[in-house]
Ligand binder design. Structure first.
Ligand code: HEC
Ligand code: HEC
Length: 350
């Protein structure tokens, strides 16, 4: 009897495995519908033009593989996804500043990756203004991936699986840095967060609690001039009174412009998924949203260069802060955080 059940079970398992093999693994298969760009209702037109790099299932799949592959680093230890964790909206949860090759420290907190095609510039100081070339920075940075672009291209060209994927995505077997960068941009460019409870509320599909609504109003009165809806950034650089850290020596935007007026100015970050992207600020100095709000209620009168909107300290009671935080949590977008398209395809083997 037992033996009979064993054979029946084995037969059924075999059938399931075979059918998965024949139909392809749905969870990881990218379809044409998966790569169709639709500008979400209420969002402006994107800055990055996909017209010259139209996403295709093959291009996106290649970009995803590259994003999660440590082959992009010198000793094959660090991938983009090592620092940019999906479940933290592609920020990094457990440390203040990035960790790279050989356990070395970077300079800054890993920012989330979301709605990148609406960004006019990248990095905390806006030092890079093109989504396609951005990956060259971590790849060539000696404490991050410590590789050279030419070497990465060589490694990919010698890898049969990659050559086939480049052929599928771009029509020929020659690997170039431009194709590699375009494939990565297809993947990162489609990381779009537009389905939080806030979004559903704005579209009339969901309701907010009384505290969350109060928080939204307080947010609009105190924060939205810089953290502008619906992207929650106005793409500018501001000094919000954070003290200069003499250990990191990160003076912000002035490093790019050389203009002392830009001392300690940093890019206004989007607050989408902010519940998941702790720690906060360019150097991860705050670990909770309460600490961030406590920062904003201090006075910075006398500190040079602090933005007039925050220099006198925002007036928020403890209840106000709690309501603002309740509102900020409505920006968590589970559809984005759990989106199957962005899962590491290497998980398939685990
Ligand atoms: C060692 C950790 C690390 C690795 C590896 C890494 N990043 Fe980053 N990434 C960061 C940090 C830190 C920043 C912010 C840098 C700054 O402001 O100077 C950043 C910034 C970015 C930004 C700009 C986001 C914004 O809002 O301005 C993009 C896009 C990005 N990374 C994509 C990638 C891609 C693609 C890869 C792989 C090729 C990659 N990163 C590899 C740590 C990393
Ligand atoms: C004058 C413009 C301005 C105003 C007003 C403002 N912020 Fe910010 N905010 C910034 C800038 C710039 C940063 C990044 C600073 C840095 O890292 O050096 C920031 C960072 C943050 C962060 C950290 C996000 C992250 O990913 O690290 C949070 C949270 C935040 N602000 C919430 C708020 C809230 C809530 C309010 C209103 C109570 C507010 N901000 C008002 C400009 C502003």
């Amino acid at each position: 009897m037992n033996r009979k059940y064993f054979y029946i079970t084995a037969f059924c398992l075999g059938c399931i495995l075979l059918s998965a093999f024949i139909t392809g693994d749905d969870y990881f298969t990218i379809t044409a519908a998966d790569v169709k760009l639709e500008v979400p209702k209420g969002f402006p037109q994107p800055v990055y033009d996909f017209k010259n790099n139209t996403p295709t299932p093959a291009g996106f799949t290649l970009g995803r593989k590259l994003f999660y592959d440590p082959i992009l680093s010198k000793d094959s230890s660090i991938s983009c996804g090592f620092c940019h964790q999906r479940i933290a909206a592609f920020a990094h949860i457990d440390h203040r500043i990035s960790h790279g090759i050989n356990g070395q420290f970077g300079l800054r907190n890993v920012p989330p990756l979301q709605n990148l095609i609406w960004q006019t510039a990248f990095m905390w100081d806006g030092g890079i203004n093109n989504l396609e070339v951005q990956p060259l920075a971590p790849m060539n940075n000696h404490v991050e991936m410590a590789e050279t672009t030419a070497n990465v291209v060589q490694k990919l060209q010698h890898n049969k699986e990659y050559v086939a994927m480049f052929k599928a995505a771009f029509g020929d077997t020659v690997v170039t840095s431009q194709k590699m960068l375009r494939a990565i941009a297809q993947f990162t460019g489609l990381m779009i967060s537009c389905n939080s409870r806030y979004d559903k509320f704005m579209r009339g599909e969901d309701t907010l609690s009384a505290n969350e609504k109060r928080g939204l109003q307080l947010f609009r009165d105190n924060c939205a001039q810089c953290h502008k809806e619906p992207l929650f950034t106005d793409n500018t650089y501001r000094n919000i009174g954070l003290t200069y850290d003499t250990a990191f020596k990160d003076s912000g935007r002035v490093r790019i412009t050389g203009d002392m007026k830009d001392f300690m100015k940093f890019k206004v970050p989007s607050l989408r998924n902010v519940e998941m992207t702790y720690p906060y600020m360019h150097d991860g100095r705050f670990s909770t949203l309460k600490q961030v709000l406590d920062h904003y209620t201090q006075s910075f009168v006398g500190v040079p260069g602090v933005d007039p909107r925050v220099v006198n300290g925002l007036h928020l009671t403890l209840q106000d802060k709690q309501d603002v935080i309740a509102f900020l949590k409505t920006l968590t977008d589970k559809d984005f955080l759990y989106d199957h398209r962005f899962v590491d395809p290497g998980m398939r083997r685990n």
